[in-house]
Design a protein around this ligand. Sequence first.
Ligand code: SAM
Length: 240
Amino acid sequence: MRIDIISLFPEFVAQVAGHGVVGRARERGLLSLHGWNPRDHAEGNYRRVDDRPFGGGPGMVMMIDPLRACIAAARAAEPAPARVIYLSPQGRPFTQAKARELAGESRLVLLCGRYEGVDERLLAAEVDEEISIGDYVLSGGELAAAVVVDAVARLQEGALNDAESAVQDSFEGDGLLDCPHYTRPLEHPLGDVPTVLLSGNHAEIARWRRKQALGRTWLRRPDLLDREHLSVADRALLEE
Ligand code: SAM
């Protein structure tokens, strides 16, 4: 998969999203990241990429032409076509389901805004979709782009050493939160490990994990729990 990042700080995204699983995905040739700086496509001595908003008011707005040139350059790379995504607090919320969907693409172009945002005409003409990473405002799209790169990279086949681990994560499968996890040491002043995890009884361990996942989803994120469609066995676990 190839991801192009259009940003005033493209190297920042690659750096933030360059470690651990994402770094490994890149080393394994599963993902390549390419940065494009609109300043390199801006005209004049000052290579200006922003200007004051029409109608007045605070802040600056990113100009059409430097961004358009960047998008055209990114689009020209192979394999075509590329899906162009603008990171924006006004976009659709980024979810695990969206990460899975994007992970299936061979190309993405991520456009990072700064200042008050981007000239609306550029967005209307060039952007396929807008994605938000949450209901808060960042000063730039770079951290949001890094979030998307990370979530999408770890879903590339072969990126995780154990593909099962992604399947068991929160929001995957039937959308529950993950169960709690424990590791050595067995005995610790902070508490004991649930004995069922030491039993070697795989059916009992699976049952315990399912019950934990259901219980903590119910407590922490009841909005994720589709009680109507729970199986009879899940209902019984939840009511135990
Ligand atoms: N004036 C814009 C608004 O209120 O919708 C906010 C502009 S923000 C200061 C600058 C840039 O940060 C945006 O163009 C966008 O690329 C990025 N950004 C800010 N918050 C974001 C979020 N929650 N998700 C994704 N990108 C975000």
